[in-house]
Write a protein that binds this ligand. Structure first.
Ligand SMILES: NC(=O)C1=CN([C@@H]2O[C@H](COP(=O)(O)OP(=O)(O)OC[C@H]3O[C@@H](n4cnc5c(N)ncnc54)[C@H](O)[C@@H]3O)[C@@H](O)[C@H]2O)C=CC1
Ligand SMILES: O=C1[C@@H](O)[C@H](O)[C@@H](O)[C@H](O)[C@H]1O
Length: 338
């Protein structure tokens, strides 16, 4: 370990925490994972032994640990509020996996608390912003390549999810990505949300609307549609099309590799999951966060972006039980959170 390496604690060593730890210890420069923590102690001990880190059994103690400069939170969303607050109390940079929190009040309290500190310590794990295709799409829009962007159409399909993914969870945990994509691509807030439920797939648990069509109206009046379907049984399909006054652009077609084989088949491979589709984006996200955290700042979506997304999802959850659109209620954005 170099003296200048950022010493990171990883909290939550499930799917994402393990993947981030693997990246931090193999591909990311200038960082050392010194402390790991998981609710399941055995999991933490196994990872710690493998990467040469120390287990700290209590998550808040792990954040406060003197050998920790910054924190990566890959714990479930409903634990983020307490853990992000502990990072702010300790004055430590944190990369918090999405969602920032699972309720608007705690999310805004975090925005206000960070603003009062006068420095940006919180980065939220909206990794699509670091994906080459999304970055190119945004650049095209900003450079005026499509003229005025009028509409955005998103498709978000997962092959399978655990049973606890009910309609509300689908909005807070999955649609939250399109919330951030809409804000990132169009550079404005979402004003209202509408949810249209159709026929549910036979594999959805009773009462779960899978798929759904979610419609955002931006403050300018632009419309963003999002098909969310998390039990397709097929593949990981994330597509976004922007329709502008002078053209349209589509990303997410999985067209990297086309194979023609001797058995008479042609085509490419479908992406099985988000780790395969966004693997490179997570790596770019982590490298930029590590570099920025070492300088005491962030380089990516911040606390306000996390809060705005939670507020939109809150409206989306209300829209599940309402016929028509639900307005998004956003508090004042503090000057320090711009
Ligand atoms: N950016 C992205 O594409 C993705 C982000 N996520 C986000 O990452 C976070 C974690 O998701 P997964 O890895 O899929 O979940 P997971 O269930 O696979 O892992 C969560 C881990 O956290 C541990 N844990 C639970 N409570 C804890 C606590 N209070 N303190 C410490 N550890 C605790 C669990 O034992 C488990 O090992 C969530 O916020 C999720 O929304 C998940 C998948 C993809
Ligand atoms: O963040 C993620 C998961 O938590 C979520 O549940 C999936 O729907 C998303 O595709 C994935 O990127």
């Amino acid at each position: 370990m170099k003296l200048t390496d950022l010493r990171v604690a990883v909290l939550g060593l499930g799917l994402m925490g393990s993947f981030h730890t693997e990246l931090l210890t193999s591909r990311i420069r200038g960082v050392q994972v010194t402390v790991v923590n998981d609710f399941v102690q055995a999991k933490a001990e196994e990872v710690a032994a493998r990467i040469g880190a120390r287990v700290v059994a209590d998550p808040i103690e792990a954040i406060k640990d003197p050998e920790v400069d910054a924190v990566l939170l890959a714990t479930p969303g409903n634990t983020h509020a307490e853990q992000v607050n502990a990072c702010l109390d300790a004055g430590k940079p944190v990369l918090c996996e999405k969602p920032l929190t699972t309720d608007v009040d705690s999310a805004y309290a975090i925005v206000a608390k960070e603003a009062a500190l006068g420095k940006q310590l919180i980065q939220v794990g909206f990794m699509r912003r670091f994906d080459a295709e999304y970055a190119a799409l945004r650049e095209l829009i900003v450079d005026g390549g499509l003229g005025n962007p009028l509409m955005v159409h998103c498709t978000h399909r997962n092959p399978a999810v655990p049973p606890h993914f009910n309609s509300e969870f689908m909005i807070r945990d999955s649609v939250v990505h399109e919330v951030d994509v809409a804000r990132f691509l169009l550079g404005e807030e979402i004003a209202s949300v509408q949810v249209i439920k159709g026929v549910a797939t036979s594999t959805a648990p009773e009462g779960t609307n899978d798929p759904m069509l979610v419609i955002f109206e931006m403050t300018s009046g632009r419309i963003v549609t999002d098909e969310i379907y998390v039990r397709t049984g097929v593949a990981y399909e994330v597509r976004t099309e922007v329709v502008g006054e002078s053209g349209s652009a589509l990303i997410g077609l999985d067209q990297n590799l086309q194979v023609k084989s001797t058995d008479g088949r042609w085509g490419g491979r479908i992406t099985p999951g988000f780790v395969e589709r966004f693997g490179q984006a997570y790596a770019v996200e982590l490298q930029r966060w590590v570099d920025a955290a070492g300088q005491g700042t962030i380089d990516g979506p911040g606390a306000w972006d996390g809060y705005a997304a939670v507020a939109v999802c809150e409206a989306g959850v209300q829209a599940l039980t309402v016929d028509g659109k639900v307005e998004v209620q956003l508090q004042t954005r503090p000057e320090a959170a711009r």
